[in-house]
Design a protein. Structure first.
Length: 453
């Protein structure tokens, strides 16, 4: 008979995690124990519970004690009350500028994973058990907007140690000593955000540590460009990362040495200027007609018919539809801005029929079990429709918004009014559609049309 007094005790507890029954495992932090537990199927770490957990099974005590016979003693933890956190959605994130990535930690939740996949550069790190997305200011704000609109709590937390620090060891770490007080005071008095201050401090600490002499008046533009090339080009960092680095350098030179960096000698990265993918009216018609499910067809019609974003469509509430005034109230859109868009006449009767037939609760479009319809489901609707309609364009849900804007502009709508409907902060963003509109382009006659062939 095995003497349990000489065995390590591990407490178990049943929890409802993200709608899934799991068994939480309680033990003191020990690499040896974790290495053994990794032999179990689907062992996961919960940032919310701050503990490891496995799938629930009725005979989990018998199973675990037999699996680790003579090594560990598993017992049911009756002193801790059962927790139900299925409705709790918390994401911990950490911005790692040195890798141009934002790391995310959260309990398994398919809805959150679908949202993460809508952001730029999603990647699952199997060894770290973390998701990450592309870094940069634009993607960070997109992440915050998505999580805010979907009522997911997001908190900054140290969840990851950058590989550069892991490799370097304590003696070789980049000098992160505070920058001159004069410079730090300047940023705080100018009300720079904490994140901007931290990012600038990181860029400048590395820059001043790696370049000699540290007296910045003795640095040439060639030295600065060489540094930027070594850091950005070799690591394939984004243009937003490079721009932030140059902004930090320019501010530091101006504040500390009254030197204005010549933009010609330290050039900005060239941003790609890709034209949006636009579907023709005939293609839009073919897509809608190919969708057999009434609810699915209506989702696509509303997105194209109003030009709203994908995230805005799944966040629409029934109360946002004003049938009397023929308007739709889009709340907390991009940049947390509300706006009003026209409700197309063709959609009024269809929406009323849909509400009578499906009887949704709070949201206009809801899943089978209620709650907000998933982003991934909407994307899947269009993907299937494109195949059925035999359309080869690499179109996405956002292409419906591009198509709405282009077709509306071609109908003669004032570009300022279109800007309001689309919710663009700058008219320059709306002007991109003048480049894909055929109103002026079709007036140009190619000389080949006048050649007798």
């Amino acid at each position: 008979m095995v003497n349990q007094r000489h065995m390590i005790t591990i407490h178990t507890e049943r929890v409802d995690l993200g709608g899934n029954n799991r068994i939480r495992l309680g033990f003191n932090d020990n690499k040896g124990i974790l290495a053994d537990l990794n032999k179990l199927t689907d062992l996961r770490w919960s940032p919310t519970l701050k503990s490891w957990h496995i799938p629930y099974r009725k005979d989990h005590l018998t199973y675990l004690n037999e699996f680790f016979f003579g090594r560990y003693h598993f017992i049911q933890n009756d002193t801790v009350s059962k927790e139900t956190i299925s409705g709790l959605k918390i994401i911990s994130y950490q911005n790692v500028p040195s890798e141009d990535r934002i790391y995310l930690a959260f309990d398994y939740n398919k809805e959150i994973i679908d949202l993460v996949k809508t952001l730029e550069g999603p990647y699952w790190h199997k060894d770290l058990k973390l998701w990450s997305i592309r870094g940069g200011k634009e993607n960070f704000h997109a992440m915050v907007d998505v999580f805010t609109r979907t009522e997911i709590e997001h908190v900054s937390s140290e969840i990851y140690t950058p590989e550069s620090i892991k490799r370097q060891g304590p003696a070789e770490k980049v000098n992160t000593s505070p920058l001159p007080e004069k410079f730090m005071n300047y940023m705080m008095l100018k009300n720079y955000s904490i994140r901007t201050i931290q990012a600038y401090e990181m860029h400048l600490s590395k820059f001043l540590t790696n370049l000699a002499p540290k007296e910045i008046t003795g640095l040439s533009s060639d030295q600065i460009n060489c540094y930027i090339r070594d850091v950005v080009v070799k690591n394939n960092y984004s243009s937003s990362y490079q721009n932030q680095m140059i902004n930090a350098f320019k501010l530091y030179f101006r504040v500390m040495a009254a030197i204005t960096l010549d933009t010609a000698s330290v050039p900005r990265p060239k941003r790609s200027k890709k034209l949006p993918i636009v579907l023709s009216k005939e293609e839009i018609s073919a897509i809608i007609k190919s969708i057999r499910n009434f609810k699915h067809r209506l989702i696509i019609m509303i997105i194209y018919g109003t030009g709203m974003r994908l995230s805005e469509s799944v966040n629409l509430c029934i109360s946002d539809i004003d049938f009397n005034r023929k308007l739709i109230h889009i709340r907390a859109g991009k940049g947390k801005k509300d706006r009003i868009v026209p409700l197309p006449l063709i959609l009024i009767s269809k929406l009323q029929e849909y509400l009578e037939l499906y009887k949704p609760g709070k949201y206009l479009f809801e899943g089978i079990k209620g709650g907000r319809y998933s982003v991934r489901s909407v994307q899947s609707i269009l993907k299937t429709a494109l195949i059925r309609a035999k359309i080869s364009k690499n179109a996405s849900i956002h292409s419906l918004r591009h198509s709405f804007a282009t077709h509306t502009l071609e109908q003669g709508t004032d570009i300022r009014l279109l800007q309001e409907i689309l919710g663009h902060s700058s008219i320059k963003t709306t002007e991109i559609y003048t480049h894909v509109s055929n109103t002026s382009i079709l007036r140009i006659k190619s000389p080949i049309d006048k050649i007798d062939l």
